[in-house]
Design a protein around this ligand. Structure first.
Ligand SMILES: Cc1cc2nc3c(=O)[nH]c(=O)nc-3n(C[C@H](O)[C@H](O)[C@H](O)COP(=O)(O)OP(=O)(O)OC[C@H]3O[C@@H](n4cnc5c(N)ncnc54)[C@H](O)[C@@H]3O)c2cc1C
Length: 290
């Protein structure tokens, strides 16, 4: 029985420590960037007088390494649930029996006029969820990374009219170059009820749908793909950090409440404690069926 955790911040590492110490086969997938690395001092975390954020982050990683928990630096771009949970990264597919999402909170909404107004009215965050409604339409994918490439590849089966808008950034992955590319900065989205135009600082483009795939996929993108309940842009969990999908948990900044290290550490521990019970019950029931 395998547990995968996405995220190596305080929530993900805390969950991994609890799970591994209960002898659960635990693997962490993470990107190199971490919120803790972005701030200098943590003054309010129990047991540390005053700590550099990146030191705290490194200590977390070392704790996981000390327990021989595999820390795989790969970016997760898709998750699907069948009998097993299939996690797709920029390099591999993994099969899990349980998953803890601990990806923090990050949705970069660029300052583009009318962005919010067209969410759900032509602006989508999930090709697999909404792509079908845009068959043969003129589509834009907003992004420049491996995640944008993944979304564009999916949409390619539905339309051959795809343009990648990088919004001023350089293309990061070769496979995006098969599509039309517009690198100019976007000024606004225009339309009546629904979006019908993208205006850049150089030109205007007709467009019936925009798929947002900026940077990497985060908690909200995964929620959309999986059908996880969300509220106020956070994943909804119960008191054991369970989401509405069996075997999938969330903890830390991607759930509601204080965005603080102490809360992330607590929730990671709670999630892992419940995962342990969940996987043991699953194992028992499989053994009984044999
Ligand atoms: C400027 C600033 C100052 C702060 N100061 C304090 C403070 O003084 N005290 C305090 O308690 N808190 C502070 N915080 C908040 C604290 O940093 C967060 O609450 C905490 O880091 C949340 O932990 P987390 O594990 O939920 O998420 P994060 O620490 O954000 O970790 C998320 C993890 O998920 C990984 N990830 C995300 N997407 C993917 C993907 N697609 N594939 C693979 N991996 C992925 C990331 O690489 C990372 O490892 C501060 C935050 C900021 C921004």
């Amino acid at each position: 029985m395998k547990l995968f955790i996405i995220g190596a911040g305080p929530a993900g590492i805390s969950a991994a420590l609890y799970a591994k110490r209960a002898n659960i086969d635990t693997t962490i997938l993470y990107k190199d960037s971490a919120t803790l690395n972005t701030h200098h001092l943590i003054d309010n975390y129990y047991g540390f007088l005053s700590n550099n954020g990146s030191q705290l982050y490194e200590i977390g990683l070392s704790q996981a390494r000390a327990l021989e928990i595999p820390l795989i630096s790969e970016e997760v771009i898709d998750i699907k649930v069948f009998d097993k949970i299939i996690i797709t990264t920029n390099k591999n597919d993994y099969e899990a029996d349980a998953l803890i999402i601990a990806t923090g909170s990050s949705r970069n909404i660029p300052p583009i006029r009318n962005f919010k107004n067209f969410e759900g009215k032509g602006i989508s965050y999930c090709a697999a969820c909404d792509g079908f409604f845009y068959r043969n339409k003129n589509l834009a994918v907003l992004g420049n990374s491996i995640y944008a490439a993944h979304e564009a590849e999916y949409l390619k089966n539905l339309t051959d009219k795809i343009t990648i808008f990088t919004n001023g950034k350089e293309i990061e992955v070769e496979s995006l170059k098969q599509f039309n590319i517009v690198e100019a900065k976007i000024k606004s989205f225009e339309g009546d009820d629904r979006i019908n135009k993208i205006v850049t600082d150089k030109d205007e483009y007709d467009c019936e749908g925009v798929f947002v795939a900026l940077g990497s996929a985060g908690a909200l993108e995964f929620s959309k793909k999986l059908g996880l309940d969300t509220l106020n842009n956070k994943i909804v969990v119960d008191k054991n950090m369970k989401t509405n999908i069996e075997g999938i948990y969330a903890c830390g900044d991607c759930t509601e409440g204080l965005a603080q290290v102490s809360k992330a550490v607590y929730e990671g521990a709670v999630a892992a404690t419940d995962v342990i019970k969940y996987l043991n019950a699953k194992k028992r029931s499989l053994n009984e069926k044999k």
